[in-house]
Design a binder for this molecule. Structure first.
Ligand code: PEP
Length: 275
C-alpha cells in the first residue's frame, strides 16, 4: 500500500515537473477562458445572421466564456440570434447615463436591450477618436457601476515597443483604470499590442506571455494578490485558428479578443482553442 502511494506521489511530481508550465498550469489557474469577438464596424443583417447561425450550430467549449462585440445598431438583432450562453457587448459607451450627448450610447441603454458587456479603450478608440486614458477609465467605472462587465483594452504601438517602452505604456494605461475601478470582479483586461491588430502580425506566444506576466505582477504590486490571481487577461492581435492553440497554452493568457477572425467560421476553432 505504502509503495503504491509513493509511486503515485512520484508519478504526479514527475507529471507536474514535466508538464506544468504551459497548458496544465493555465488550466489550473481557476480563471475561466474568455474569448471575445470584436466585429468592429462590420456586418449587415445577412452576414450577422450567418455568423450567429454558425455559433448556434457549432459545439462551443462549455469551459470558455464567449462574448460578441457587435455594432450598436445590430445589438438587439444579434441578441435574438445568438445562443443565450454567448454574451453580448457594446463596442463603446459614454460615461453618463443619459443626456445631451448626440451620437453616444450609455451603459444603461446597453443593459436595457440585453447587452451585458462593453469593450472600452480599444486602440482604435484611442488612436482614431483620441480617447484619453482618463476618459476611458471614467467610462469603465460608470459601466461597472451600471452593472455591465467590461473588457478593458490596453496595448503599446510599434514605436513604443521598439523604444523598449511596452511595460511603461501598459502600466500607465492600467494605472488610469486603477484610479477609477474599485472592484475588478467584472473586468477582463485585453492586452492588444497595436502593431498586431488587423496586421496579420501576431505576437509570438512568448512575447504575449511576457507582457501578460508583467501585468500579473503589476496587479499584484499595485492592486492585490487576489486580483492578480483572478483577473482574466486576454490577448488580442491577429489571433486566428492557426495560432490560437499555441497562444492558449501560455499560463497567463486567459482568452482572446479577436477582430477579423471573429467574422469567420474559424472563430469557433478559436473559442475551442483549449480543447
Ligand atoms: C481587435 O480588433 O481587437 C483585434 C485584435 O483585431 P484583429 O484580430 O483583426 O487583429
Amino acid at each position: 500500500m505504502k509503495v503504491r502511494r509513493r509511486l503515485v506521489q512520484q508519478t504526479s511530481r514527475w507529471f507536474y515537473a514535466n508538464f506544468s508550465t504551459d497548458c496544465n498550469e493555465s488550466n489550473m489557474s481557476g480563471r475561466k477562458f474568455c474569448v471575445g469577438g470584436n466585429w468592429k464596424m462590420n456586418g449587415d443583417q445577412k452576414s450577422i445572421a450567418d455568423i450567429c447561425k454558425t455559433l448556434s450550430s457549432a459545439p462551443l467549449d462549455p469551459n470558455t466564456e464567449v462574448v460578441i462585440g457587435c455594432p450598436a445598431i445590430y445589438l438587439m438583432y444579434a441578441r435574438n440570434l445568438l445562443p443565450c450562453e454567448v454574451g453580448l457587448a457594446g463596442q463603446n459607451a459614454y460615461k453618463v447615463e443619459k443626456g445631451a450627448f448626440t451620437g453616444e450610447i450609455s451603459p444603461a441603454m446597453l443593459k436595457d436591450i440585453g447587452a451585458d458587456w462593453v469593450i472600452l479603450g480599444h486602440s482604435e478608440r484611442r488612436a482614431i477618436f483620441k480617447e484619453s486614458d482618463e476618459l476611458i477609465a471614467e467610462k469603465a467605472q460608470h459601466a461597472l457601476d451600471q452593472g455591465l462587465k467590461v473588457i478593458a483594452c490596453i496595448g503599446e504601438t510599434l514605436e513604443e515597443r521598439e523604444a523598449g517602452k511596452t511595460n511603461e505604456v501598459v502600466a500607465r494605461q492600467m494605472c488610469a483604470y486603477a484610479q477609477k475601478i474599485k472592484d475588478w470582479q467584472n473586468v477582463v483586461v485585453a492586452y492588444e499590442p497595436v502593431w498586431a491588430i488587423g496586421t496579420g502580425k501576431t505576437a509570438t506566444p512568448d512575447q504575449a506571455q511576457e507582457v501578460h506576466a508583467f501585468l500579473r505582477q503589476w496587479l499584484s504590486d499595485n492592486i492585490s494578490k487576489d486580483v492578480s490571481a483572478s483577473l482574466r487577461i486576454q490577448y488580442g492581435g491577429s489571433v486566428t485558428a492557426a495560432n490560437a492553440k499555441e497562444l492558449a497554452k501560455k499560463p497567463d493568457i486567459d482568452g482572446f479578443l479577436v477582430g477579423g477572425a471573429s467574422l469567420k467560421p474559424e472563430f469557433v476553432e478559436i473559442i475551442n482553442a483549449r480543447q
